[in-house]
Each structure stands twice: as structure tokens, then as C-alpha cells.
Design a protein around this ligand. Structure first.
Ligand code: NDP
Ligand code: ZN
Length: 353
């Protein structure tokens, strides 16, 4: 079969591989729609998880079941399914402890385009099919379903990690597709004021639609100074980080009230340490929490997040700025994600509607 792969750090291309083998609990999926991710860019061009040779990229997509193992109960050949980017081993002790995304080892639930071939292939393999697939509702398109693989669950996880409560003033740093879903998640959880940090008009417009109330650009001075000015020196209750780098934590801690929480879902592709400013961290006693987390994955969560779209509480269409038709466009879509033209939020490749 054909797949689009990371050949080595900094290099991608089409390759031929054997169709994956289906174990007793697994499924083989033929993709219906696919989307590249900023994480693919970190992986290939920053070498952020180390060398990977001839590894098929991609972890966002939906598809049709082409084969199932004999122990799979709830899915059969021909079912249209959603697939989360993170596919934990649900019988692991880490999953039992409440951290399925770290099944087996830290980040062990992140298998596609990390520990095994990803979804940018004519067929891809899903472990624990009953736990990691969900039926695609009729009123969700295949392009929309791609946003349920990673953008919705990751952005919403940022809102969960930051523990957004009714009336919170929330800072969302980065309003690419992940940050936009963090804005939407914070809004649904009852934030009163959402200060969004970005620079491109297309993302600012989308953020408005998702509930952001104030806007600042990281290009126009330190984030903390701008936030403190907007909040009469008080700062924010909560913050979600979905953009920037290791240097972004410092201004966010400075902009956070004592007792505040930071949820980070940004993939830190480079740098060695994160600086925590001692004085603004309350000289170690400011009750300012930082939690960074990979999204959980799993069928139950996929079904619940999909029901937000089915029931019109969430619209992911504004994310889909660039649409391609046909599997052969995966390369073009990935290069768009790498080059980030000004009008891009998210590209999607539709193979079948
Ligand atoms: P984008 O690149 O599309 O968006 C990044 C956002 O951050 C943009 O709004 C950009 O502003 C802003 N930004 C860039 N530089 C800075 C800076 N120095 N300070 C503040 N803001 C800045 O990324 P995505 O939305 O696709 O993804 C966001 C992150 O989430 C990525 O690192 C991605 O790898 C990660 N991720 C993590 C996952 C997880 O499970 N934890 C899963 C999926 C993705 P502008 O473009 O307007 O200038
Ligand atoms: Zn992704």
C-alpha cells in the first residue's frame, strides 16, 4: 500500500509498505478523510521525538472499517468510524490509574506517527478497536470528523486541565486550531472573559465566533504586560497554552492570579528547560499550578465530543479553511501546515464525503 512518510528528520515522501496486520482486538481502517497537524511538523522538521525512518505520518482522520479481529464486538467491516489521535491500551495499569494516554509508558497512547505508522496511508491499524473507535454519526461529515481526532479533544483538554469554572477570566495563548478549540471549550465551561493571543486576522475572527472577548498579539509586546493592562493589574484566573514555546510559560505565570491554573497542550518541539519566574510564582508559594497533558483518547470521549457537533453546540466548520479532494493531496496539505500561510487554520483532505 501507499503512504506518506517521514523518511528521516527533515525529509518526507511517498513510500510503499505492507498493509498492516490485524490482531484479534484490532481493526484495519481505510481512510475517508485525513488532516495534517502541527505535531507532524514538529516531528519531521524539528525532529522533536527523535529520528524516525520511513514512518508513515498522520494521526487525524476517520474512515471505514476494512477488517476486524475476531475479538472485536462492536464494529464490523463497512462501518464508518471516527478515530482519536491517541489510542491507549485500555487494559494497561496506567489506563486503570486514570491516565490512558500514558499507557505502557509516558505518552504511550500516542502511537500513530510515533511508535507505529500513522494514518496517511491507504490502510491504517487501530489497536483495541472497541475502545478506540466510535461510530460516525450521519450528521457529521468526514471532514468534520477529522477535527474530532485531535483538535477538539486536545483544545478541550486544555480547558479541562486549566479547570475552567463559571465566570473565570481565561487567557488562551495561541489560537491556531487547537487554541480555537480551547476557546470553544472554555466558553462551553462558562468562562466570562476569554483573552485570546494570536496575530493573524483569520484566527482572530474565528476566535470571536468561538467566544473570545479580548484579543492581544504576542508580536506587540510581552503577553503579561498586555494582560495586566486589560485586567486592571489583576491578571487571569486560568490560562490555556496552545502556542508559543518553552519561553511562553514565564509571561503566563506573570499574568496569572495566585491560585490560578495553567493547562498546557502545546507540544514543546525544542528547548531544554522551562523558566518559572521565582518572584511571580509567589517565591514558590503562589499556588499557581501548571499541568501539561496529552489528550486522553477513547471511544466514550469521542462519542461525547461528537454529540456536541451532532447537537449543534459546537461547529468545527470554521476551522476547515483549506479543503482538498483525493488521497494524493496529503502531501500538499502537510506542506501547507508546515508553511502556515496567513489565511490557514486547518487543511483537510477528503477522500469520500
Ligand atoms: P498553530 O501553529 O496553528 O497555532 C499556534 C498559535 O500560537 C497561533 O495562534 C500563533 O499565532 C500562536 N503563536 C505563535 N508563536 C507564539 C508566541 N511566541 N507566543 C504566543 N503565541 C504564539 O498550531 P496548532 O493550533 O495546530 O497546534 C498548537 C500546538 O498544540 C502545537 O504545538 C501542536 O503540536 C500541539 N498539539 C498538541 C496536542 C496534544 O495532545 N497535547 C495535540 C495536537 C497538537 P499566529 O499564527 O496568529 O501568529
Ligand atoms: Zn494532531
Amino acid at each position: 500500500m501507499k503512504g506518506y512518510a517521514m523518511l528521516k528528520i527533515g525529509e518526507t515522501g511517498w513510500i510503499e509498505k505492507e498493509r498492516p496486520v490485524c490482531g484479534p482486538n484490532d481493526a484495519i481502517i481505510r481512510p475517508l478523510a485525513l488532516s495534517p497537524c502541527t505535531s507532524d511538523v514538529h516531528t519531521v522538521w524539528e525532529g522533536a521525538i527523535g529520528e524516525r525512518e520511513n514512518m508513515i505520518l498522520g494521526h487525524e482522520g476517520c474512515g471505514v472499517v476494512d477488517e476486524v479481529g475476531e475479538s472485536v464486538k462492536d464494529f464490523k467491516v463497512g462501518d464508518r468510524v471516527m478515530v482519536a489521535a491517541i489510542t491507549p491500551d485500555w487494559n494497561s495499569v496506567e489506563a486503570q490509574s486514570g491516565f490512558p494516554m500514558h499507557s505502557g509508558e509516558m505518552l504511550g497512547g500516542w502511537k500513530f506517527s510515533n511508535f507505529k505508522d500513522g494514518v496517511f496511508a491507504e490502510y491504517f491499524h487501530v489497536n483495541d478497536a472497541d475502545g478506540n473507535l466510535a461510530h460516525l454519526p450521519d450528521n457529521i461529515t468526514t471532514a468534520e470528523a477529522c477535527m474530532l481526532s485531535d483538535m477538539v479533544p486536545t483544545g478541550f483538554h486544555g480547558a479541562e486541565l486549566a479547570d475552567i469554572q463559571f465566570g473565570d477570566t481565561v487567557l488562551v495563548v495561541g489560537i491556531g486550531p487547537v487554541g480555537l478549540m480551547a476557546v470553544a471549550g472554555a466558553n462551553l465551561r462558562g468562562a466570562s472573559r476569554i483573552i485570546a493571543v494570536g496575530s493573524r486576522p483569520v484566527t482572530i475572527e474565528a476566535a470571536k465566533g468561538y467566544g473570545a472577548t479580548d484579543f492581544i498579539s504576542y508580536k506587540e509586546g510581552p503577553i503579561d504586560e498586555q494582560v495586566l493592562k486589560l485586567t486592571d493589574g489583576k491578571g487571569v484566573d486560568k490560562a490555556i497554552i496552545a502556542g508559543g514555546g518553552v519561553e511562553t510559560f514565564e509571561p503566563v505565570i506573570k499574568a496569572l492570579k495566585p491560585g490560578g491554573k495553567i493547562g498546557n497542550v502545546n507540544y514543546l518541539g525544542s528547548g531544554t528547560y522551562i523558566n518559572i519566574p521565582r518572584a511571580e510564582w509567589g517565591v514558590g508559594m503562589g499556588h499557581k499550578q501548571i499541568i501539561g497533558g496529552l489528550m486522553p483518547g477513547g471511544r466514550y470521549r469521542l462519542e461525547k465530543l461528537a454529540s456536541l457537533i451532532s447537537n449543534k453546540k459546537l461547529d468545527v466548520k470554521p476551522l476547515l479553511t483549506h479543503k482538498f479532494n483525493g488521497f494524493e493531496h496529503v502531501e500538499e496539505a502537510l506542506m501547507l501546515m508546515k508553511d502556515k500561510p496567513k489565511d490557514l487554520i486547518k487543511p483537510v483532505v477528503v477522500i469520500e464525503e
